[in-house]
Write a protein that binds this ligand. Structure first.
Ligand code: 0O2
Length: 237
């Protein structure tokens, strides 16, 4: 049940809450319940830092080798608690932290934006060859785009984080895309959250978006081709 935004508690209700609910025992219990969640979220923030650093190091090294940066930008995000709870509900999981950690793979998210499609595979390969990175699952939506036109390379990886007195393996979702794929996905994402678009209009927009995804894929492969031709010409010079 959602309360209206202008809902106000009566003075008697406020007094009841203060005296009967907001007891020291209740405050202790709240802390005991939220502490493990905060701890787990801190571990996910750590794995984001670990993976982001791995990509920054690779970018630095590859930029020396090829005289350009393969990574345009890196975006990171920690899934909100609301988002986690909704996923628990949708996947019909038991509501406990163990189940959350075992079954929800995208609490830590790292998105790597590249200029060229080749860079995506080069970076993914370099990441996965590192001793401490374990691949859990790969979804190649570039080789096999989704029906709506979505393209990206998704990796679910497990990486250790080194804490004061333990090493913990944490999962994260890495999404690698070109600038064109990211542009398309951002617009698609915005539209997906607009609930009040009439069905007929939504259908037209989805068709338009799909056509744009084809154009964007073509743009990616032509840009890649031009880049390769320039590299080839430089070799001959
Ligand atoms: P947000 O807000 O980006 O986090 P699973 O995670 O395994 O339960 P699934 O569907 O197997 O779910 O994962 P998949 O296919 O690897 O995709 C998960 C994420 O990829 C999504 O996260 C999006 O970020 C992105 N994604 C997948 N399909 C699309 C798409 O059609 N359009 C756009 N714009 N993004 C997509 P969330 O949690 O949905 O959203």
């Amino acid at each position: 049940m959602r309360l209206p935004t202008d809902y106000k508690l009566t003075e008697i209700q406020q007094q009841f809450i203060r005296e009967k609910l907001l007891t020291d025992e209740f405050i202790d219990m709240t802390r005991e319940t939220t502490m493990p969640i905060e701890k787990l979220m801190a571990y996910y923030r750590c794995v984001i830092m670990e993976i982001e650093t791995k990509f920054r190091v690779l970018n630095e090294q590859l930029s020396l080798e090829y005289d350009r940066n393969p990574i345009e930008s890196i975006k990171t995000r920690l899934k909100s608690w609301d988002g986690i709870v909704k996923k628990v509900r949708n996947k019909n999981l038991p509501f406990n932290l163990k189940a959350v950690e075992e079954n929800i793979n995208d609490i830590a998210g790292i998105r790597v934006i590249c200029s060229f499609q080749e860079d995506i595979y080069k970076l993914a390969d370099s990441l996965l060859r590192q001793d401490d990175v374990k691949l859990i699952r790969m979804k190649d939506y570039i080789a096999n785009p989704k029906k709506n036109g979505y393209r990206s390379l998704h990796l679910i990886v497990e990486v250790p984080i080194f804490l004061q007195d333990e090493t913990r393996l944490m999962k994260a979702e890495v999404q690698l895309r070109t600038i064109a794929m990211d542009f398309w996905a951002s617009l698609d994402h915005k539209l997906r959250y607009k609930k009040n678009i009439p069905a007929a209009d939504a259908e037209v927009i989805a068709k338009e978006l799909y056509e744009c995804s084809v154009i964007s894929a073509d743009l990616d492969s032509r840009m890649q081709q031009i880049k390769n031709e320039i590299a080839q010409a430089e070799l001959i010079e």
